[in-house]
Design a protein. Structure first.
Ligand SMILES: [Zn+2]
Length: 137
């Protein structure tokens, strides 16, 4: 699988860790939006688009944050979520956010990250900032 296009939307927020959003096209046929470029303590990395996992209350169906002990709506206790061994989350953050789309091999993850970060540094060199970017773009 080839990455055929990377679009970078820079975020003008020097104090924040989120540096840009990327839209990546694979094989001229498949697009993933909202890949984040994040500045971590050991350099730039990318984060795949993710969603918060919600846990519906068995009594009232209110969607609670995952790993809540009690329902925020009716106060009844929630069942403990059990994960299959292979998907056991290693941190609370991982438990609450599930990637919507992501590479499953280390080599493709590295290839994707390199392409996005290369495009990011090129875009940054141009100095164009798109403050109007939203999730809808
Ligand atoms: Zn409830």
């Amino acid at each position: 699988m080839e990455i055929t296009e990377v679009k970078i939307f820079l975020k003008d927020s020097p104090d924040k860790k989120l540096k840009a959003y990327a839209t990546v096209t694979f094989d001229n046929a498949f697009v993933v939006r909202n890949i984040k470029v994040i500045e971590g303590s050991s350099g730039l990395f990318i984060a795949m688009p993710s969603r918060k996992v919600k846990q519906p209350c068995p009594k009232c169906n209110f969607k609670n944050e995952s790993r809540s002990k009690y329902c925020n709506q009716c106060g009844s206790s929630l069942p403990v979520v059990s994960y299959p061994m292979s998907q056991e989350p290693t941190s609370a953050a991982q438990a609450e956010h599930k990637d919507i789309a992501h590479p499953i091999t280390q080599s493709f993850r590295e290839y994707l990250q390199k392409r996005v970060l290369d495009a990011y540094s090129q875009e940054k060199a141009k100095g164009t900032v798109d403050p109007g970017h939203s999730d809808l773009v």
